[in-house]
Design a protein around this ligand. Structure first.
Ligand SMILES: Nc1ncnc2c1ncn2[C@@H]1O[C@H](COP(=O)(O)OP(=O)(O)OP(=O)(O)O)[C@@H](O)[C@H]1O
Ligand SMILES: [Mg+2]
Length: 255
């Protein structure tokens, strides 16, 4: 791969009481790409995310973000370096409006969350920028709605918007279309495509249509190890991948 590697791990390992969930994984994510991590249930995908984002300590191996070894950094420190995970770090406040959720996220990026609790006026400086995000995420009509009242798909859109408000350089998405109907899946794909402009995205996704349409490169994980890697066509044609997806083989073929 000629592109610059922005995020990588080498011989990454994680054990849970003697059970090896991630077993010597090497992964390189090229800057500016959408990279998908797929694999059967229990393959270790979420654990890999937890390790990369420093939610979990590693049992072995190393993680690099650009030129820096981040293996021992805290979750907060990696966020500060531009590696942000959606749907966990960016909590949506249910009893704030959609607009205020975005303004709070923008204020947080500016490092001023504490000011918000002192004075709501600190938020006003972020109204224009929040309006842009509202438009981008087709949430304008819902600006004053409480986040808690949003339909599921719109709430996930708001979560993605609050994550992007932090302007991450590397965005990690764990199953961004999980539980969505067809229409919300299509909208979310479009949002991810736009969110990926000028950034790097690493995503775990079970919906292979989404993977086929978005991912530049795919790593297939099984039992904590890398089973295959390549374009969608390459991994879908791989007999090992078909075997790992036994019962889903036709899904792999036709997505
Ligand atoms: N905190 C934990 N304690 C013990 N075992 C764990 C823990 N977290 C994960 N595991 C085990 O590690 C393995 C990998 O789990 P993980 O959640 O990473 O899989 P996954 O690929 O994300 O699966 P899914 O597609 O179902 O989300 C599973 O066998 C799981 O039971
Ligand atoms: Mg998972």
């Amino acid at each position: 791969m000629s592109a610059t590697t922005i995020l990588s791990c080498h011989q990454l390992r994680r054990e849970f009481r003697g059970f090896t969930a991630v077993d010597g994984l090497d992964l390189q994510v090229a800057e500016g790409t959408i990279h998908a991590l797929i694999g059967p249930n229990g393959a270790g995908k979420t654990t890999v995310f937890n390790l990369l984002t420093r939610f979990l300590p590693v049992s072995g191996g190393s993680i690099r973000l650009r030129d820096e070894d981040i293996t021992r950094l805290s979750a907060e420190q990696v966020v500060g370096r531009g590696l942000v995970r959606s749907f966990q770090i960016s909590a949506v406040f249910g009893h704030l409006s959609v607009l205020d959720n975005l303004r709070v996220a923008l204020l947080a990026r500016a490092g001023g969350v504490h000011r918000f609790w002192q004075s709501g006026r600190a938020l006003n400086a972020f109204t224009d920028e929040a309006q842009v995000l509202l438009r981008d995420f087709a949430l304008e009509g819902l600006a004053s709605a409480l986040a808690v009242s949003l339909p599921y798909g719109r709430k996930r859109a708001l979560e993605l918007a609050t994550t992007l408000a932090r302007n991450p350089q590397v965005l990690l998405l764990d199953e961004p279309t999980q539980g969505m109907g067809v229409e919300d899946v299509a909208r979310t794909c479009e949002l991810i495509r736009r969110a990926a402009e000028g950034r790097t995205v690493l995503m775990v996704e079970h919906n292979l249509n989404v993977v086929a349409s978005l991912a530049d490169r795919i790593t297939v994980l099984a039992r904590g190890r890398r089973l295959a890697e390549g374009s969608y066509q390459e991994v879908a044609a791989d007999p090992l991948v078909r075997e790992a997806y036994l019962g889903h083989a036709s899904e792999v073929a036709h997505a």
